[in-house]
Design a protein around this ligand. Structure first.
Ligand code: GLU
Ligand code: MG
Length: 461
């Protein structure tokens, strides 16, 4: 543990580096960004002239923002209102010059108290806490979000997809090439590395899986990706929408989470056992068991909007049941086949009921909490499902312990409310406020039509 003096010296050095980089790039504005309970990315910017002092003290923010919902309403019954202040305290390691916004840079922030300690309603600090919990058990959590999103234009008040190209077709790649190439360059410039790219099944749908990273970096990368996709698309007169179901009855936008646990030295993938079934270790199976046990509650965080439940339907490859299986793309957890030559490194699990309207700090932290609970309690995931679980009879699913996932946000929130492990992991303040904010979203869309739901999600995510 570094002494406080050394820590503050290190922070000073980092702050001076950021100020130097801003000067060299003629940056005017530095955005201090965060993602709140509603999953919307927000922030405040300061002028670079005043940057040194804001790096030191953070930028002030009303506590009320953690009682805001995605309809941009301050929730009346929320815990936070007009009185009270926190600080957006930047993490210097997240500094990036934004390739899509002129003379602008950004920093990702923790929400801290006025004294500078983590605020107990801060999502990013929650993920750090879960990373710390894993570390005490000797684990490092590695993950990547595999984003799908929709490129579209707004014409006469309607969202019109960029194209109707066939799945994985080069027709789709070509029609999106100008915007996608610029997006990829912009991500690389910010230290986020897309590993593959393809035009997906849905209208105007793109998929851009990025390289895995340790959990905090992975969640930060998710903010970078959402911001960059939207920012670059706008320069081309397009919208990049991460709404879970941008067009009803068409393929939804998933943000499947690929993840693995590693030994603290980073050398050994704990999920990997060459002698295990599907190359998975006992710890890997127990992790699956934990995720499945908590899944109805977990989806309240990984598929956290009203629109998310329009996506989680059978036969859309988004998963709709608590089933798992090797390379089963209708399973909530897919065990991807390992890659020849890099068997250990490529051993991972994929969570399908996860979409890009989530707050990545909350969803990754909760996924880790569920999996660690599985390891601690040696939870049995049951038998793998080798077919589409929707093709099994109700009796057969019951026999195998396969449950339908919640079919609405309200149902998922009920499950979260009942889940002591996830609620305790979030901590009382964050759990209560998250539930309150999300319940208000359920009410906000109650009685409204599909068009309103889609409009609200289309441009905010
Ligand atoms: N678009 C599907 C989803 O909503 C995923 C398709 C796939 O990549 O398997 O999750
Ligand atoms: Mg896909």
């Amino acid at each position: 543990m570094a002494t406080p003096r050394t820590e503050s010296q290190r922070a000073d050095r980092e702050h001076r580096r950021i100020v130097r980089e801003c000067r060299a790039a003629k940056i005017q504005l530095v955005r201090f960004l965060y993602c709140g309970n509603d999953g919307v990315i927000r922030g405040k910017a300061c002028h670079t002239r005043f940057l040194p002092s804001y790096l030191e003290s953070g930028i002030g923010l009303t506590v009320a923002m953690q009682s805001f919902n995605m309809l941009d309403q301050l929730v009346a019954e929320g815990s936070f209102g007009p009185v009270g202040e926190i600080r957006l305290t930047p993490d210097p390691g997240t500094f990036a010059i934004l390739p899509y916004a002129p003379h602008t840079a950004r920093l990702l922030c923790d929400m801290t108290t006025l004294e500078g300690t983590p605020w107990d309603a801060c999502p990013r600090s929650f993920l750090k806490r879960m990373i710390g919990r894993a570390a005490t058990q000797g684990f490092v959590f590695q993950a990547a979000f595999e984003n799908e999103f929709t490129l579209a234009r707004k014409e006469n008040g309607q969202y019109v997809p960029l194209d109707h190209s066939p799945c994985f077709s080069t027709i789709g790649m070509d029609s999106a090439a100008p915007v996608m190439t610029e997006m990829i360059e912009a991500l690389v410039a910010q230290g986020v590395f897309p590993e593959q790219y393809y035009a997906e099944l849905g209208p105007g749908q793109q998929e851009l899986p990025v390289r895995f990273a340790d959990a905090l970096r992975c969640a930060d990368n998710q903010i970078t990706l959402r911001e960059t996709a939207r920012g670059v698309a706008a320069r081309h007169g397009l919208l990049a929408s991460f709404a879970p179901k941008p067009f009803p009855d068409q393929a939804g936008n998933g943000a499947h989470i690929h993840f693995s646990l590693w030994a603290a030295d980073g050398e050994q993938n704990v999920f990997h056992d060459p002698r295990g079934r599907y190359g998975l270790s006992d710890a890997g199976f127990a992790f699956i068991g934990g995720v499945l046990a908590h899944l109805p509650a977990l989806v309240a965080l990984t598929a956290p909007t009203v629109n998310s439940y329009r996506r989680l339907q059978p036969r859309f490859w988004s998963s709709a049941y608590t089933a798992w299986g090797p390379d089963n793309r209708e399973g909530a957890i897919r065990v991807p086949s390992q890659r020849r030559g890099i068997e250990m490194e490529s051993t991972n699990l994929e969570l399908k009921p996860s979409d890009p309207s989530s707050n990545p700090y909350l969803s990754l932290g909760a996924l880790l909490a569920a999996g660690l609970d599985g390891i601690q309690n040696k939870r049995d995931p049951g038998e793998p499902t080798l077919v589409d679980p929707d093709t099994l009879s109700d009796d057969e699913r019951r026999r195998r312990g396969i449950r339908r996932l919640p079919t609405s946000l309200g149902e998922a929130l009920d499950a979260l409310e009942r889940d002591d492990v996830l609620r305790a992991a979030l901590g009382e303040t964050l759990a209560k406020e998250y539930l309150t904010v999300k319940r208000s979203e359920v009410r906000g869309f109650d009685g409204k039509d599909v068009a309103f739901e889609i409009e609200q999600h289309f441009y905010k995510f």
